[in-house]
Design a protein around this ligand. Structure first.
Ligand code: TA6
Length: 306
């Protein structure tokens, strides 16, 4: 890989840039964010807070990731939309309700390890090591790295290394929010005949042999699945593919009307414009990592006109 850093500045330096490929700017409340571009003209944005990807737009397409207009940019809250990193647990903490939903990784700044470019890709690497407060929540030392690779597709690789001397089990997700024209008109293929846990109805069910459609609040953790999902959006005349490795859970979520009203960082009328298809390892598909070992989850997002 031929990298072309602009200078010997540290990549987290706000003056670091690779002309035409990477530069830092600031979002609301001066939150640092990295703007990436690939040779084909695709773009992506990653906030240093949570190593949170907030934007991905393939060349010639409208934005693929959804962000709430009510998102809170205070450097403490999770950003609503894009791709929050859920780690080291998914959802509410199993025993301690006072701990943050979806873990600590998305609500703290990450280090910037490198920003490089090649003839075809632009790559940014972020990492974090839990601090004392985070170790109090989850008492296992680890190192977490997110590699963001931008071409006409967006590939995210989340590598979790167990740096402790005992095995630990984590649940995690790349919690991707996708922009759709009207969620009532989309469908998702790839999860037919797959078992899922429904957080809305409660209990476990099996998807029929039909595509998933949204007619109500939907919050499903599909289990033991490694398939690629396709999000078909006829109104946008687009299909979004989510390919994955290292993940056996796929979470499908739309809050619908009432839940949207109960989320202060989610507009009451925003639910028709999004749906989540999350690349996860949760519930029975949680991951146990032995000392000194690592596990990587990848999600590759691409879009094509239909
Ligand atoms: O992925 C679906 C889910 O677990 C839902 O239950 C809902 O809570 C959503 O995540 C958003 O969680 P958050 O903590 O970001 O509000």
């Amino acid at each position: 890989m031929a990298s072309s850093p602009a200078s010997d500045l540290p990549p987290a330096d706000p003056t670091f840039a690779i002309p035409g490929r990477a530069h830092w700017d600031t979002g609301p409340n001066d939150m640092p964010r990295l703007q990436l571009a690939s040779p084909d003209g695709s773009t992506a944005t990653v906030y240093q807070h949570g190593a949170h990807i907030s934007h991905f737009q393939p060349a010639g397409q409208s934005p693929v990731l959804w962000m709430s207009q009510s998102c809170v940019y205070d450097g403490k809250s999770p950003l609503r939309g894009g791709v929050p990193i859920c780690f080291p647990w998914f959802g509410p903490h199993a025993e301690r309700s006072e701990l943050p939903s979806h873990g600590y990784a998305r609500i703290r700044p990450w280090d910037v390890d490198s920003i490089t470019s090649t003839d075809t890709h632009t790559i940014a690497v972020f990492s974090m090591t839990p601090n004392d407060a985070e170790l109090e929540m989850f008492p296992n030392t680890c190192h977490v790295r997110l590699t963001v690779t931008l071409s006409s597709a967006l590939t995210m690789a989340l590598e979790i290394t167990n740096t402790s001397d005992s095995a630990f089990t984590i649940s995690t997700a790349l919690h991707s929010y996708f922009e759709v024209d009207d969620v009532k008109n989309v469908n998702i293929t790839g999860l037919e005949n797959t078992q899922y846990l429904s957080k809305v109805e409660g209990g476990t069910y099996t998807q029929d042999d039909q595509p998933i459609k949204f007619t109500r609040e939907t919050d499903r953790v599909y289990q033991n699945t490694t398939t690629t999902c396709l999000l078909h959006d006829p109104d946008k005349q687009r299909q979004i593919a989510i390919e994955k490795t290292g993940s056996k859970s796929t979470v499908v979520w739309n809050p619908w009307i009432e839940k949207s009203k109960n989320m202060p960082d989610f507009g009451d009328d925003e639910w028709p414009s999004m749906c989540c298809i999350e690349t996860a390892a949760a519930g029975p598909d949680a991951i146990t990592i032995e000392p000194g070992q690592a596990h990587t989850i990848t999600a590759k997002i691409s879009a094509q006109s239909t």
